[in-house]
Design a protein around this ligand. Sequence first.
Ligand code: FAD
Length: 539
Amino acid sequence: MKIIIIGGVAGGMAAATRLRRLDESAEIIVLEAGPYVSFSNCGLPYRLGGVIDDRAAVLPRSPEWFALRFEIDVRVGHRVTSIDPRAATVTVDIAGTGQVDTLGYDELIIATGATADLPPTLVSDHTFALRTIDDMDAIAERLDRPDVRSVVIVGAGYIGLEAAENVRRRGLDTTLVQRGPQIFPALDPEMVTAVHHELVEHGITVLTSTTVHRVDRTQVTFDDGASIAADLVIDATGITPASALAEAAGLRIGAGGGIRVDGLHRSSDPHIYAIGDVAEKTDHVTGAPTLIALAGLANRDGRAVADAIAGIGEPTAPALGTSIIGVFGVTAAAVGWNETRLRAARRPHRIVHVHPSSHASFYPGGSALAMKLLIDPDTDLLLGAQVVGRDGVDKRIDVLAVAMSAGITASGLKNLELAYAPQYGSAKDPVNIAGYVAENTARALVRTVQWHELAGHIAAGASVVDVRTPAEYDSGHIPGALNVPLDEIRHRMDGIPAGRVIVHCQVGQRGSTATRILSQAGRDVTNLDGGYLTWLAGT
Ligand code: FAD
């Protein structure tokens, strides 16, 4: 069997090596347009910032290594220019030779990844995307120049944020520009505030709701006419699946430009498969095709497509989009859908915010986590989750991702038995605590309102009761809130106005207790989900 793989990085090389492990007799050819294979795109920003001090570290493997270890024929500088599904051939341009080759295949895997969208307004001789080793080298060469002092990064998704952090590490004037109203749209606005503050505290100028109009020699001009200096511009505005080859070959392409595949990664042609950023995934929440560009999925599906070709394939699990980013010590992670997306799709959901400590509060070094669950109100299943903090974020998002894919309900998180010693967690892990709150709201033991609903409730006549201590109240409170500390509430009920009452504390826990006390006293009471902290972060 002769298998050709187009694209030799995450998905392509995972498929190639798995195929070899399954079949010693197969002929496996990898055609890679660029000069490198199997490099670590995810490491590129950290090489720019000097966190990775050895360039070779992001280039772990060579074609020779793959030939020796796996007898895989890796051909760099080989760009596939067309696919003929009827003849089962690909046409290849060989860089620097003017030579064109035609190769036949029994099975073809397209793993061409994605290309950066460079908006015409950003085009200049000092605008670079950050996707390849060549991009990284070109940016590094500019950053090393003494006359390069100011850098503008356009796009505040995870690549833009990582680029901004690493450019700033080099001491350069760094501006991050985002067209939308918030950075890192994977997270909801109230969850991303801590990341935004961290960037600003480290000297990065963050411009949201700002669109670049044009890039001149050393100036970036915005739509409102303002402009700033930019010796270098990094484009992180987004990517598009590199599916032009597949489209020209007549393969079915989805609305977002990804190659449509079935559960075994087979395209509309039975001998052509597609994986990685170029291929659609199945969305865990809806079961519909979606695009998710992440390295874990590319590697997972690289292995899975090899299994499918070898005849031992299993339908691939839907994709959750579990992602994580760290900037200057703050970590933000997300899985599934966020509230912004659920609201836009008018999909019913319940929300839980909690702010537990990353590990036992009596043990030094812990810090607060902000956690948010999005829950299907009918099934109690997780639709998504977000976690932000300085410690233990990765553990919690991964547990939530596993819960989500395993179909564990939000209330069921209370039952998870998670590793605990004081330096790592709590006897009630933050994930368990999120489960307690989820269960309380699912059973309507505690009703909640969200931070963005509060103003509407106040306008409709609800009173706000702050159950924190007077000292907490004095250090900042919701306008118009009445301070009745939790420990006094049983004796001061008469002072709480009649009608609808919304109670709150700092993070939601004391508010929950106050809600139980007042509701058992027959009051119409609701807790402000996530407390003052969440309200403050969102407003
Ligand atoms: P790619 O890795 O993009 O490889 C595709 C290859 O195909 C390219 O080398 C290209 O040259 C080649 N190719 C394209 N067209 C042709 C052709 N016609 N002929 C021959 N070859 C062709 N994901 C995470 O999960 N976590 C992270 O922290 C993370 N960080 C990232 C940081 C950066 C800067 C970037 C750019 C990406 C990051 N990603 C991260 C995303 C992750 O790298 C991608 O999802 C993953 O690499 C996709 O793998 P792939 O095999 O589909 O495509």
